[in-house]
Design a protein around this ligand. Structure first.
Ligand SMILES: Cc1cc2nc3c(=O)[nH]c(=O)nc-3n(C[C@H](O)[C@H](O)[C@H](O)COP(=O)(O)OP(=O)(O)OC[C@H]3O[C@@H](n4cnc5c(N)ncnc54)[C@H](O)[C@@H]3O)c2cc1C
Length: 389
């Protein structure tokens, strides 16, 4: 099933497909690590930056941004189709800079910040990481303790962040820190752009259960940040961050990835029919996953159509994130069910049919990153349904 857009949007879809066929590494290679999360590692960094620079040259990387900031001025629907095709192909087509730092700067940055940082993001000159979570502040993010204390023309940062994806590769950090320790917890936070090469920053690797180094702990010891790198109003950072999180939770990527994964499992089932004969219920599971991918795609389209009308989706973005992340786990489980013991084989074993074990391990984090499923349900219940906290 495909939802057809206007003729010009659909002809743009064909143009994106042609570009992918010509410019993207062969599927077998890029499927080794098809998610954004898995791509934040050293082996893939040059490939990712090189591909994004090609996209930037075409004016596609930041295609819906205004032209004055190096964007392509495309419609939201064109961007949706572009994201859908790129994600379906497993292309490394976006970054935190593109996804939420640039859009947040457009809303809250000073003119100087917009003119300096946004074009560099649109050109894939800089890689950004996101510094929100702390050992004692994840779901309850407003409990963060990292301090930013004003000292002359600078702020001085002290504290620790955790789970910082790509922190070891980043040029810049999108940092939330406490500027007023005496204010109620949501009212004393500010946002900063932090040069990750600043003296006093230590980045320590954390290895995930798929044995990849994608996230890190980041420690700050008297790190000086010029006050000109404060974004928006001092102590209003929580509200800027909340909008950045809505950007992060939006997107059709999970469903486009999911569609490709389900199609691949269906192909595998047909090619290795003895696997299906051993576990016939996998046919029902594949049917269910197909319905869910189609249903979820509409949740993502709803978010995009709200953005196209100038609205900022909130609980709608949470609903899409929740369903998409839980679906990716169901798809990975269906894959394991199909492959049975073959699903446990990983790496270079000659009997590996497909590296389903890696996909299964990778999917586990999707319901935690960008806010857990429980937190998304809380948002939908309170802000969507108007139920009390
Ligand atoms: C792959 C991955 C990448 C990440 N990348 C980044 C990054 O780049 N930058 C960054 O800052 N962070 C990042 N994170 C961190 C992520 O945002 C946090 O892990 C997440 O918000 C959960 O916080 P926590 O781990 O502290 O868990 P906790 O908040 O301690 O939650 C533990 C459990 O309690 C539940 N819980 C907590 N509060 C409630 C509540 N009020 N109601 C119901 N249940 C509740 C949670 O749902 C969860 O099951 C990443 C995480 C992952 C997994």
């Amino acid at each position: 099933m495909r939802f057809n857009h206007d003729v010009d949007v659909e002809s743009f879809r064909q143009e994106v497909r042609q570009f992918i066929n010509k410019e993207l590494a062969p599927e077998k290679e890029r499927l080794k690590s098809a998610s954004q999360e898995e791509r934040t590692n050293e082996e893939e960094y040059d490939y990712v930056m090189g591909f994004q620079q090609k996209l930037a040259k075409k004016g596609w990387l930041a295609m819906a941004w205004p032209e004055e900031y190096g964007g392509g001025g495309a419609s939201h629907m064109q961007q949706l189709v572009y994201n859908e095709e790129m994600s379906y192909a497993g292309a490394p087509h976006t970054s935190m800079g593109i996804w939420w730092v640039g859009p947040s700067l457009m809303l809250y940055g000073s003119d100087e910040q917009k003119n300096h940082y946004i074009p560099k993001i649109a050109n894939a000159d800089d890689w950004w990481c996101t510094l929100y979570s702390e050992p004692g502040a994840g779901s309850d993010l407003a409990a963060m303790q990292t301090r930013a204390t004003r000292d002359g023309d600078d702020y001085v940062i002290n504290g620790q962040k955790i789970w910082t994806s790509g922190g070891h590769l980043a040029d810049w950090g999108w940092l939330a820190a406490r500027t007023d320790p005496d204010a109620p917890k949501h009212k004393g936070i500010s946002m900063f752009m932090l040069d990750m090469k600043s003296p006093g920053i230590t980045v320590r690797p954390l290895i995930n259960m798929g044995e990849k180094h994608s996230f890190n702990e980041v420690f700050f010891e008297n790190v000086r940040v010029p006050a000109s790198q404060l974004v928006g109003e001092e102590n209003r950072g929580w509200y800027h961050l909340a909008v950045a999180l809505d950007f992060e939770r939006s997107g059709v990527g999970a469903y486009a990835n999911g569609r490709r994964a389900v199609e691949r499992l269906i192909e595998l089932a047909k090619e290795n029919y003895s696997l299906v004969e051993q576990r016939p219920s996998v046919r029902q599971q594949l049917a269910e996953r197909t319905i869910e991918v189609n249903t979820g795609t509409f949740l993502a389209y709803r978010v995009a159509s709200m953005q196209a009308q100038g609205m900022v989706p909130n609980h709608e973005a949470s609903a899409s994130k929740l369903f998409g992340s839980e679906l990716s786990q169901r798809i990975a489980s269906t894959g394991m069910h199909l492959l049975g013991q073959f699903g446990l084989l990983r790496g270079t074993s000659p009997r590996v049919i497909t590296d389903q074990g890696q996909s299964y391990l990778q999917a586990a984090s999707s319901t935690i990153a960008a806010g857990t499923s429980e937190i998304q349900r809380n948002i939908i219940a309170t802000r969507g349904l108007g139920l009390p906290r």
